[in-house]
Ligand binder design. Structure first.
Ligand code: UDP
Ligand code: UDP
Length: 257
């Protein structure tokens, strides 16, 4: 069924994974008002649905709730450093408000909630025009185009392969009602965007050269999950190293071209 979560939805369900919302900066900034509505109105509608059906409900939250963090790595207890009026705010504040709604429905209506904070995830079946860094670099490398490194390339991210994320989300949903999160899901291996560009060039054997473009506003300087809670409560750790995940993703994009 195709449905816009900003409108009510009446179906009979016993589990809800609320993953709705564009996650790539170029896509969520295209119609920022709609992005906030998707997270906020979408959460209200899905929570209302969960309440009526007495369903368990999982929210895909994000490492963006930590903003441009001054604590490193980020533990769930960190409240974040988010600009409320910047170009990323529609996504960051929308997701933060969704977390608030989840916890208030839990406290006020005893809903069975699960909140996971997802750190940068990538893998096969991403859209070639997704606009995020992994798919951009791979497509550029495969097509022999310039690799677009924003800023000095020293900013860091920690990339999680999609299968690892899915395993963690399913464990979270299937776990005891008493564990509601929020819990970080990601991979703790941290890389600079320059290192990522070099790795993609090496793995594809591309002749592309790395060019520098301006750094987008409010782009976080560093990001790395503290995964202690996920290890303890979900008995989960990521298993796919960046190089292996990149190889699988490169094979996928190569067969599209
Ligand atoms: N809602 C929905 N599907 C349902 C139940 C509710 O989409 O099966 C929507 C409903 O439109 C409402 C929202 O979820 O606006 C919140 O529901 P809740 O019951 O919490 O609030 P109320 O209906 O009392 O405003
Ligand atoms: N980035 C880059 N080149 C690109 C796309 C992104 O250098 O073509 C950088 C971006 O500035 C950021 C990092 O890669 O520092 C991750 O960006 P992405 O949009 O993938 O995710 P997010 O910023 O939401 O973590």
């Amino acid at each position: 069924m195709r449905h816009d979560v900003t409108f009510p939805l009446y179906v009979e369900v016993d589990e809800i994974y609320n993953l709705a919302c564009p996650a790539s900066p170029i896509h969520y900034q295209y119609d920022p008002v709609q992005t906030t509505k998707t997270s906020v109105h979408g959460a209200i509608n899905m929570l209302g649905l969960a309440k009526r059906c007495k369903a368990k409900i999982l929210q895909a939250s994000t490492s963006e709730v930590y903003g441009d963090p001054d604590v490193h790595p980020q533990h769930e207890s960190y409240w974040g450093r988010v600009n409320p009026i910047g170009i990323r705010s529609c996504y960051d504040e929308g997701k933060r408000c969704a977390e608030t709604l989840f916890f208030d429905y839990h406290r006020q209506h005893q809903l069975r909630i699960k909140v996971v904070r997802i750190f940068n995830t990538y893998g096969p079946r991403m859209h070639p025009d997704d606009g995020r860094v992994v798919s951009n670099f791979i497509m550029q490398a495969l097509q022999g185009k310039d690799i677009t490194l924003y800023g000095d390339g020293e900013q860091t991210r920690s990339f999680c392969y999609v299968d690892d994320l899915l395993e963690a989300m399913i464990r979270m949903m299937d776990g005891p009602d008493s564990f509601i999160g929020p819990v970080n899901i990601g991979n703790a291996s941290e890389f600079s965007m320059r290192e990522l560009a070099q790795e993609v060039v090496a793995l594809t054997g591309s002749k592309s050269k790395i060019v520098h473009l301006p750094m987008p506003a409010d782009d976080p300087r560093q990001r790395k999950p503290d995964l202690t809670l996920a290890r303890q409560m979900l008995d989960w750790s990521p298993t796919i190293a960046l190089r292996d995940g990149l190889q699988k993703t490169i094979s996928y994009f190569a067969q599209l071209a």
